[in-house]
Design a protein around this ligand. Structure first.
Ligand code: PGA
Length: 302
């Protein structure tokens, strides 16, 4: 074999990013260094691996083959590292977790508690919405995931670990705060602020109202729960959010939960990985920790 693992690593990054520049950023290399590695790999292979059409670079058929094998090679290398790590016990290790945006409201408390128990495990956390989590799961890019609504068509191992009720929020001076058991139909007269497409909160809310045959009037779309809360406080509309996101505002009376019939929408958070994935010892320790602890108590006690 004439080519090196390093060349494959650089190639895989360019293929993933479809860009030399972005791959260079990801690998902390200069762009020429990335181009040279790819060029050397192409020379060894004897075929072009990328073709440039305008500004876009695409994989050639040979490039697609190399990408396929790179994926398998790097997965094997990760597994080998995990097995070696296991032989050393949990005195060290790393854990790469991805969680749904909404979970970020309690993930730091959860990870801090885990870190107290396993101080030698290095943690990396990515916070993103459900759609991106689905892509990461498909590509088997993380050790473990925490998410709400599970993606369909993926063979997953998913276990619920905590409830995640969705509620309707309003500013304290909204007339509906005075009413009890508000009919769902009444909500059709209000404007609702929504999360971005790809959000699990948004999808669950849309499904709920669709099943009830109610069309909500939607206002501004925002990709952050924090922005939605501010906009609701500012009187721009109502919103459906996870109860975990409004702990502080409800405590201080800055936002109120409306008493709406058939609410809350009952959902659960899941701990997830691809079925058949071999968990590293660090990931197994995290999995056991999440399912073994009383989460409500753990995240409630700051
Ligand atoms: P999200 O939460 O709305 O932050 O994507 C995920 C979910 O509730 O499924």
């Amino acid at each position: 074999m004439k080519f090196t693992l390093r060349q494959l690593k650089v190639f895989a990054a360019v293929a993933k990013c479809s860009s030399y520049t972005r791959a260079a950023e990801e690998l902390y290399l200069s762009q020429p260094a990335v181009s040279i590695q790819v060029k050397q790999l192409e020379e060894h292979v004897g075929m072009a691996l990328f073709e440039q059409i305008g500004k876009k670079i695409n994989l050639t058929p040979a490039g697609k083959e190399v990408q396929h094998y790179c994926h398998a090679i790097f997965q094997q290398i990760n597994e080998m590292e995990d097995v070696l790590e296991a032989m050393q016990g949990l005195s060290s290790g790393r854990l790469d977790i991805a969680v749904a945006s909404t979970i970020n409201y309690f993930a730091p408390r959860l990870l801090a508690a885990f870190n107290r128990r396993y101080p030698n495990i290095d943690l990396t956390l990515e916070v993103t919405n459900r759609e991106t989590l689905k892509k990461r799961l498909e590509a088997n890019e993380k050790d473990i995931f925490l998410m709400g609504l599970l993606p369909e068509k993926l063979d997953l191992h998913a276990v619920p670990f905590m409830e995640n009720p969705l509620v309707v929020i309003a500013p304290p001076d909204h007339p509906l705060t005075q009413e009890r058991n508000i009919p769902l139909q009444r909500l059709a007269e209000e404007t609702f602020l929504t999360r971005e497409a790809g959000s699990g909160t948004r999808l669950s809310t849309e499904r709920f109202f669709h099943e009830k045959n109610i069309t909500l009037r939607t206002g501004m779309e925002m990709s952050r729960n924090a922005a939605i809360k501010q906009a609701v406080r500012g009187g721009m509309g109502l919103a459906v959010v996870s109860i975990h996101t409004i702990e502080l505002e409800v405590e201080t009376g800055r936002l109120l939960i409306l008493d709406v019939e058939d609410f809350p929408i009952l959902r659960t958070w899941h701990i997830v990985h691809l079925r058949g994935k071999r968990l590293s010892p660090a990931a197994q320790a995290f999995y056991d920790f999440v399912l073994g602890e009383n989460m409500q108590q753990l995240i409630g006690s700051d």
